[in-house]
Design a protein around this ligand. Sequence first.
Ligand SMILES: *Cc1c(COP(=O)(O)O)cnc(C)c1O
Length: 409
Amino acid sequence: MPLINEHFLKLSDNYLFADIAKKVNAYKVTHPKERVISLGIGDVTQPLCPAVIEAMHQAVNEMAHPDTFHGYGPEQGYDFLREAIVRNDFLQRGIHLDPGEIFINDGAKSDTGNIGELLRWDNSMAVTDPIYPVYIDANVMNGRAGECVNGRWSRVTYLSCNTANGFTPQIPKHRVDIIYLCYPNNPTGMVLTKEELRRWVNYAIHNDTLILFDAAYERYIQDPAIPHSIYEIRGARKVAIEFRSYSKTAGFTGVRCGYTVIPKELTVTNVNGERVALNPLWNRRQCTKFNGASYISQRAAAAIYTSEGAEQVQAVIDYYMGNAHLMLDKLKSTGLRVYGGENAPYLWVKTPGDTPSWRFFEQLLYSASVVCTPGVGFGPSGEGYVRLTAFGNRADCEEAVERILNVEF
Ligand SMILES: *Cc1c(COP(=O)(O)O)cnc(C)c1O
């Protein structure tokens, strides 16, 4: 008799964005004349840049001829892309990585979810709260999160980020085996300074903790003093894995390509206390369970590193950050307390008078026809906040904030 992995049964059926869609559809049915503007889901809206499109067309043409056709590629990714990453994303910041430390994937969600396979189920783990829900749900699936009691998983340490600590998580007083950090942060839009990130790396070195660092939004950083990679901190390559994605930085949400950095010096221990390197084990895992990202996607990603590609990608980031700044300025003028939006495409809005997230979501929907994401969907500390994204069209962002300005809270 096939038995289920019972950890899957602990997950709630409802996915946050499905709940939102249901409520938005109900509103649309009862208000057919209203034009709803969504500042909710974290997907980009602007098309791929011309250099990427060109590279994809070329790659398709190569696939059409026997001499240039590409079948299975290397499971770790093509050298042309791994080398471009090493040179452009790291060497230019003074970080020396080897292409063998880069694993190309089909996006960061897969690897941030799958990386836990390398680690025993009974490791302790911590997340900043609120957080991208994938980290916790993936750990629920392999039993590491424990049981859910009142919206909190029993074996997870939640590091609350709130107005009291300026959304900078406190370093835990006890040691944990694994910690997830995401900076610039989804959903709060906040960043860590070099000094703050250094404290985390030092904690990890002293406590033998593995840091899983998600840098999916690194290209949105405007302040030159903010680190883009955790490897800008000395010693980080012994304790941290970094996840990158082209989804938000180059509009690849539908193309699918990203990468994971696992430095060769990074080790964890076996039960005898001997150090074991994760890089060869992840390589072994990928060779068994992954057959590589498509040649076309990887050619598309490589085009981002050409001078035209880099310029065009930057123009789209500037466009989204223009939206963010406009929304931030206008919303602040209403007296709403708004965070983030300076080095990330997300605004984190405190609801007026501690209105619960879902209540405020409905207020915005019914009085402004604007869709946001209820903060509580990102964890218990998200209650009393909503997230707005800057990924819309300029005109929609402008109209949405104008409508919000007219609402009496
Ligand atoms: C969008 C996002 C990703 C990227 O996911 P992909 O699978 O690369 O599209 C990763 N981490 C966070 C925090 C995100 O918001």
